[in-house]
Structures are given as C-alpha cells and as structure tokens.
Ligand binder design. Structure first.
Ligand SMILES: [Fe+2]
Ligand SMILES: [Fe+2]
Length: 189
C-alpha cells in the first residue's frame, strides 16, 4: 500500500473518533459518505472526495498542529486544511477542489434552496456562523462559475446524508477505503 494511504489510515485510526458536534464520529461520517457515493455510482474522484472530505478535522491533530476549534464542532477551516493536506499527498484537483468547496457549498445551498437549511443537522447550523454564514448573491455568482461547481454540490449532498447515528465501522470498511484510495493514486501516477 502506498505510504500516503498508510498515513491516512493511521490518521483515521488515531483521531477518527473525534466528536465534532455531530451524533457520530468523523470516521463513521467519512465511511458513510464513501458508501453513499459508491451506491450513487459517482465518479472515482467523488468517491475518494466523499471518504476524505472531513480529514481536515483530524490531519492537523495527527501532525501536532493546533488550530482554532469551533466550540467542540471540529476545526475551523477544515475544508482548506483537508484540501491542502491531500494536495501534498498527491491527490488531484478533481478530489481536492470539491473538498475545499464543501463548506462553501453549504453556504451556497442555504442561499439557493429554501428547504436545504431546514434539513441541515444541528451541528451544521451552528458551524454555519463560524464559516461565514449564508452566501450572498455576489459570492454565489463567483462560486457558480468556479471549477467543479456541480461536483462540489454533489459532494455536499452526500455529506449531509451521511449522518446515521448508529452506523458501526468495521475493519472491512477501513480496508475497503484504503484499497479505493490506493487504486486511485496508482491510476494518477
Ligand atoms: Fe466538513
Ligand atoms: Fe462532512
């Protein structure tokens, strides 16, 4: 297995149980996201992005870097931290841009879809304020014309779905994720 995939597995194993304000751990949420992307038959890039979109909550802890916590709701700017980390590990922009945009996508959908806000989890509503609040019309125009806009919204919708409280993560799920990440990086190289 590639060393960066070993590292990602180690990060999830060491810090994946982080409670970030939702009713499940970062690891549970991440595995659920990957499974939803797979069931939807999305591209390999979005499948990988689904598994890794919240790694920015925990990779800085693994690297010993402290960042401001959002009152028990994880790391502020985890979207950017995760995208930068994954760039350094060799993932391409079809993965990293939707991840970098996954908070912006929430802010966008709150502006554009009236029913969206009412379906957000309590934690997502709370963190919205830390994250700049609902997007304004000008920002939304820029966002709509940015690369991987549609893919970013697709990732966000998976993110919002993957919040089953009683989901149990097994070694099978972790090994499956590692295999998918490994194959993806090998294809890129
Ligand atoms: Fe997130
Ligand atoms: Fe998430």
């Amino acid at each position: 297995m590639l060393p960066q995939v070993e590292e990602i597995l180690a990060i999830f194993k060491k810090h994946g149980d982080l409670n970030y304000g939702e009713s499940m751990s970062v690891l549970s949420h991440s595995i659920q996201s990957g499974l939803i992307a797979r069931n939807l038959g999305l591209t390999d890039s979005l499948l990988v992005a689904a598994y890794l979109h919240d790694i920015g909550h925990i990779c800085p802890l693994f690297e010993g870097v402290k960042n401001s916590m959002m009152d028990g709701y994880g790391l502020n700017e985890h979207d950017l931290l995760g995208a930068h980390f994954l760039e350094r590990k060799g993932f391409d922009e079809t993965v990293t841009i939707p991840i970098r945009n996954h908070v912006a996508s929430k802010r966008y959908l709150c502006l554009k879809d009236e029913s969206y806000f009412s379906k957000l989890s309590k934690a997502s509503v709370t963190t919205l304020d830390f994250q700049g609040g609902v997007m304004d019309a000008y920002e939304s125009l820029i966002f709509e014309n940015s690369p991987f806009f549609e893919e970013s919204l697709s990732l966000r919708k998976i993110d919002d779905e993957a919040k089953e409280e009683n989901f149990i993560v097994t070694d099978f799920h972790l090994n499956d994720m590692a295999e998918i990440l490994n194959q993806y990086l090998i294809k890129l190289s």
